[in-house]
Design a protein around this ligand. Structure first.
Ligand SMILES: Cc1ncc(COP(=O)(O)O)c(C=O)c1O
Length: 391
């Protein structure tokens, strides 16, 4: 009997589409475009941590680590949160080391959400949150952040809560907007979660990439926030090692017990030698983080100048490494048409804004550019972007 493939497609995935970000990267590579789409650096990772990874492999740290993370790496995570935020974490009961923030997020959501639960998501949002919710059978309720400052309206947020709300998914510094939520906003969210008995799943992967004196405030550090936070983080962005796939989740012991159950069966564990190198990463001196923020601020300023001088109006980001630009003046049918033209005729890759919205039309006048690139790469993109005017 011929295979009826459709019969074997789970209802959970029928509405999934290929990630637009990864698709744009592929098309950009195929056309030799300067790739400012997917969020990864084109410059080297710190030499100390590459050496530590080689050393760990040479030392034969090559077998499974403990499922929820090697002891030295969990201890290093504890030191890190004590150092940066004066928060004490129990490495035995409150930490799960995962394969990147991506696995941390889905393991946490699968462990903590049920069919029909509602999750509040600030929109525009990082594209994984919707499929993650779908896999859990949870329903996304969106709260709008409006350009150019990407503020949200407190009343709209409050109205989004209901007796079915189980979690708020928060990402600050934010991809794609560069918004950094301030202490008051974080406290408002914590307070609403207390009132409605919900948790905050907080993706803090860009915590050190902040500009203009901004500072990231983890909800975990606020009154009422410690127990309700499920903090997701990873080595990917802070140490420029997106391919290592090492992340972690910090949560209350009871929540952690559930998260570990999912994590154990989904991945068994994160790469052991790279966790060992993570110990070196998490113990880098403060100067490393200061330089990271300062260097990214220079790259941000350069790309804003390039985009603006080529007619692309920017919302200037306060954190993370993306710029949302307004393309409404160019007369393209939509953001996808603009991005395809940009790749094929101009030679620059970017991501259509609609990929960050629940309704494509809300993002049709926006395009996201990534500045986690060498200065030369950004300058080359600048030379090419000057062709935009000739169309
Ligand atoms: C907001 C956000 N969370 C998570 C990830 C993925 O993180 P990881 O590489 O640790 O899986 C990304 C990658 O771009 C991101 O932008």
């Amino acid at each position: 009997m011929p295979l009826t493939a459709a019969r074997f497609q789970s209802n959970r995935v029928v509405d999934f589409k290929e990630s637009v970000i990864r698709e744009m990267t592929r098309i950009a590579l195929a056309h030799g475009a300067v790739n400012l789409s997917q969020g990864y650096p084109d410059f080297p990772a710190p030499v100390e941590i590459k050496d530590a990874a080689s050393q760990a492999i040479a030392d034969d740290v090559n077998q499974y680590s403990i499922t929820w993370g090697s002891k030295p790496f969990r201890n290093a995570i504890v030191d890190y949160y004590r150092h940066f935020y004066k928060v004490e974490i129990d490495p035995e009961r409150e930490l799960t080391v995962c394969c990147g923030a991506t696995e941390g997020m889905i393991s946490a959501m699968l462990a903590l959400l049920n069919e029909g639960d509602e999750v509040i998501v600030f929109e525009p949002f990082y594209e994984n949150y919707w499929p993650d919710s779908q896999l859990c059978g949870a329903v996304c309720k969106y709260v709008t952040m409006l350009p150019p400052t990407w503020q949200f309206d407190y009343e709209e947020l409050r109205r989004a809560f209901s007796s079915r709300t189980r979690a708020v998914i928060l990402n600050s510094p934010n991809n794609p907007t560069g918004r950094v939520f301030n202490r008051e906003e974080m406290q408002l969210i914590v307070d609403l979660c207390e009132e409605f008995d919900a948790i905050i799943i907080t993706d803090e992967i860009y915590e050190h990439i902040v500009f203009d004196g901004e500072k990231h405030v983890p909800p975990m550090t606020l009154p009422g926030g410690r127990q309700r936070s499920v903090l997701v983080n990873s080595l990917s962005k802070t140490y420029s090692v997106t391919g290592w796939r090492v992340g972690w989740v910090v949560a209350d012991p009871e929540l952690t017990a559930s998260i570990r159950k999912v994590h154990d069966f989904v991945t068994v564990g994160a790469p052991a030698p790279l966790q060992q190198a993570g110990v070196t990463a998490l113990h880098l001196p403060d100067s490393y983080y200061a330089e990271l923020g300062a260097t990214y601020q220079q790259k941000r300023d350069l790309l804003v100048r390039i985009l603006e001088s080529n007619g692309l109006r920017c919302s200037v980001p306060k954190g993370a490494y993306y710029i949302m630009a307004d393309i409404s003046g160019f007369g393209f049918k939509d953001d996808l048409a603009f991005c395809l033209h940009l790749i094929k005729e101009v030679g620059v890759g970017a991501v259509p804004g609609s990929s960050f919205f629940s309704r494509a039309e809300d993002g049709r006048n926006m395009v996201r550019f990534c500045f986690a690139k060498k200065i030369e790469t950004l300058e080359l993109a600048g030379e090419r972007l000057s062709k935009l005017f000739r169309n």
